[in-house]
Every structure is written in C-alpha cells, then in structure tokens.
Ligand binder design. Structure first.
Ligand code: SF4
Length: 238
C-alpha cells in the first residue's frame, strides 16, 4: 500500500510501524530498506512504535498489578510476574505490543491533525475494515488482494528477504498460535531463533509449570516439538 501511495503521489505525513520486538531479522531489514525508500522519495522516516520493555519482559517479568491476579497466582504457587505464554483467548501481546500503541498514536493524530488513517487491509480481507470516516482502505478500494500486494512488492524489489517463500505468515517468530508446520520450518531455516524459543519455553515452564502460562502450546512444549522434529528428521519424513 505504501509503495503504491508513493507512486500515485498521494500525500503521506507519517508512516507508523508497531515493532513487537520479536520480528524476524529479515523483516527488520525489510523495514530499514522501506524506510530508506520512503526517505528518498518523501523525505520522512518510518515512525516505530514499540513497548519500552518488549515481549519477553511482558511474558516473564512484568509485575502483576491487579489484586485478583495476584491472589490467583499466590493460590497456585506461581510467581507474581509475567503474563506467561499468550494463547488464543489471552492474546496480551497483540494488545500491548501492537493495537494499544497504534490506536493511541492514530487517535492523537486524528484528533490533533484531523489526519486520515490509511490501512493496508487487502481486498480479500475487507471484512476487517472498520466504519470510521477518518479511515481509508486503499487496497480494498483498488481491488488488490493479499497475493497481488505481495507480487507488487516483489516487482519493486522488496522481497522481505525471502520470508514469504518459506512461511505463510511472517509475524512474531515466537508466536504459539502458529501452525506446527511453521515451527518445523523455523527450526530448519532459523536455528538461532529456534534455540531462543527453546530457552524461553524452558524458562516459562520453570516459572509457571506445565499449565497454559508455562507451556508454549496446549499440547506441546518446545522441547517435545524439538524431539518430534529431530525424530522426523532421523526417519527422513520431515
Ligand atoms: S503474532 Fe502471535 S505472538 Fe505476535 S503479537 Fe500476534 S498473537 Fe502475539
């Protein structure tokens, strides 16, 4: 969306990016490359929004504030810090690392500058659009699907370091909501991140035990996934 907005000479005052602190290195490099392009074309830099302490601190170290949460932890004999691994119904990470930061800044700009907010939702995910007179959805307006948007990026030399050739989604590499197959690929293509994930899961299980807070996925710890993937590899069926 941004590349096309630049090409179509649409006005751009500010580009916001929420950094979850758990982005793939290729995504960080992509953002830096995009920032250079934006600066060359429009003389502005991407504004990065990020939580002051980041994902791992929130997961393991943030002190509990609410009395009920503290009482629950004490009753279970669990530490009084950290939200634990996110899960489908407890996606604290999306709120704390993306939406809260983004909504606060967007609302400020809408109010103080009467800004229009252009959002890169694609034509095939238009159900996600919100009815707000200050929102614009250029890709939906232009009928550009997610696959077409990716191709537009590729055609202009933005290939995300090959991430989308490997993974279906390229959000946080440590996301427990991703499919097992994506995790298998993480182990193969990003062994250093896989090693960090094993460490994070070991730390979480040591702190909270094998329940929902402490175990990576409902039925899988990262260690058990490691055993499974290693076995598959040995048997030649990975
Ligand atoms: S990608 Fe996963 S871990 Fe990252 S913010 Fe979204 S739900 Fe949370």
């Amino acid at each position: 969306m941004l590349l096309l907005m630049i090409e179509k000479e649409m006005p751009i005052d500010c580009v916001l990016y929420a950094d979850t602190t758990m982005e793939f290195p290729e995504m960080e490099a992509h953002i830096a490359k995009l920032d250079e392009h934006l600066y060359r074309e429009r003389g502005i830099h991407i504004t990065t929004l990020s939580h002051p302490h980041g994902f791992e601190w929130l997961m393991l170290d943030v002190p509990m504030q609410q009395e009920r949460a503290i009482a629950r932890r004490i009753a279970k004999g669990q530490p009084l810090t950290g939200y634990g691994w996110p899960a489908m119904r407890i996606r604290w990470c999306t709120g704390q690392l993306k939406t809260h930061l983004m909504t606060k800044e967007v609302n400020r700009l809408k109010k103080e500058k009467n800004a229009l907010h252009h959002i890169g939702i694609a034509a095939d995910e238009a159900h996600r659009c919100k009815d707000d007179p200050q929102n614009r959805y250029p890709l939906v307006e232009w009928g550009i699907t997610e696959a077409q948007a990716l191709q537009i990026c590729y055609n202009r030399g933005f290939d995300f370091g090959g991430l989308y050739k490997i993974y279906r989604r390229a959000s946080c590499w440590c996301c427990p909501l991703q499919r097992i197959d994506e995790l298998r690929k993480l182990r193969t293509h990003h062994p250093e991140l896989w090693a960090r994930l094993r460490e994070m899961d070991n730390r979480a299980r040591a702190m909270y035990g094998p329940g929902p807070l402490g175990q990576f996925k409902k039925d899988w710890s990262v260690e058990r996934l490691e055993e499974r993937f290693a076995r598959e590899e040995k048997e030649g069926c990975a």
